[in-house]
Design a protein around this ligand. Sequence first.
Ligand code: GMT
Length: 393
Amino acid sequence: MVSNQKAATPRRIGITCYPTYGGSGVVATELGIELAARGHDIHFITSSQPFRLTGREGNIHFHEVSVSNYPLFEYPPYDLALATRMAEVAEFYNLDLLHVHYAIPHSLSALLARQMLAKRGRTLPFITTLHGTDITLVGLDRSYLPITRFGIEESNGVTAISNDLRRQTDQAFAPNRPIEVIHNFVNCDFYIRRPEQVATLRPHFAGPQERLLVHLSNFRPVKRVQDVIEVFARVVRQLPARLLLIGDGPDRSAAEYLAMRYGIHDKVNFAGKQDNVNELLPLADLMLLPSQMESFGLAALEAMACGVPSIATRVGGVPELIDDGISGILREVGDVDGMAEAAVALLQNDDQLQEMGRAARRTAQSRFCASRIIPQYEEFYERVIAQAAGAVV
Ligand code: GMT
């Protein structure tokens, strides 16, 4: 379900992202779906079909980037194959703009594609959206820093998904161009609590007297999934509860081991990667997001839209999303006792839990709905396209 408002100027836009289960891929895919619904022609240029695309959406095309594995290549040159495909698609479909998500290496591939087309007298501006770890982890690695800065500076436009990420980028890279903040968004008609659906599905995950806690991530070390288990182990000592873990990644085994050590593994459901998170999140009473770093916290926003508040860490862009004590609860990184104490207090006070869930939904609707954020991207596209057209002699 997407908003059906139509764009003033329909455009042909190429979108590149990591199409697997990362937050940046989710944002890029949902953006493409929303833009297509508003009348734009969207071309995903990615290594595989983005996982949230069904292939049945109108106005959406998928162009696979295949990286040839010539025996001489110790490292298959994905960035070059991508640049080539970007240039081909842009020329064939007469694209107005490329929008790449995650700076490395996508901004550099887009730069090459722009240069290839310039040789043929064509203008192809590109926008880079910074998502977080492309700046805070990969970008700050000395071996990638200069090229990350170069990709940012060469972009025709740059956006960051939170004020905090813009501040961090300015501080670490001091780029010679302004960065526009366009927050992440959620489709509030798709992420919503439907009581009949909850009544049917919830018994599969928790008993009538049990609270259900949820965590959704790619189980990378930055997510501190072991802290989720630590918090839950403390909560379940105080009240009947279950934990639903959605996602998969390198720290899953460590989390499973910890759950076994605490003897709580029968109460923890490792559901793995799931496509229907919009149906699973509303089943929960509370989300746990104890990340080391989070430039925005899309998982928390998706839960909030479903009326599920989060206990999260006070890091990065999370305070731009969650008002501590109103639409969720914030604690310091690693404070598993504090998070557990807050969770128990909230789960034992139904009125407060309900009120926080309503505030979470209100925040999602009033500040982060797709219908509010997508026009900001459209307006930015128009500005960048006009500037690029003006710059061509
Ligand atoms: O950490 C992840 O979940 C992956 C990463 C990505 O780029 O795929 O997520 C980043 O982008 C998300 C979407 O914009 C943000 O919601 C996450 O906060 C951000 N992750 C970090 O900053 C650690």
